[in-house]
Design a protein around this ligand. Structure first.
Ligand SMILES: [Zn+2]
Length: 116
């Protein structure tokens, strides 16, 4: 997982975030690029995608996930065929994201906000 600094817009791995607790920064962490005190956005709701096509792809992916869940929810009794259809539909998505958008799939970036 990566963070994008809200000050300098640089992305860095979460493991490189500097713990500034000893220097008196009680909340959040310090950006390793510019040294400003930042913190996670609540619920990590701000996902930053490497491109608009990647963002669109993952929106469709989540949409499919949601529809597959509805399908399983309302198709009782569920048999292995239902699960097979729902999970089988995920395979092309996984293959596509593995090839086209590996960064966003394996190492997503989330936004940060200033510490007040
Ligand atoms: Zn920064």
């Amino acid at each position: 997982m990566n963070y994008q600094c809200c000050y300098c817009k640089e992305e860095f791995p979460a493991t490189e975030a500097i713990d500034g607790y000893k220097e008196g920064y009680k909340i959040g962490f310090l950006c390793p690029k510019c040294g400003k005190n930042i913190q996670d956005t609540p619920m990590n709701e701000e996902w930053i995608f490497s491109s608009n096509s990647s963002k669109l792809f993952f929106a469709i992916f989540m949409g499919y996930f949601f529809l597959a869940w509805i399908f399983l929810e309302f198709s009782e009794p569920n048999t292995w065929v239902h699960y097979g259809v729902a999970l089988g539909g995920l395979v092309p998505f996984l293959v596509y994201s593995h090839i086209k958008h590996p960064k966003d799939m394996y190492s997503p970036t989330i936004g940060t906000k200033p510490v007040k």
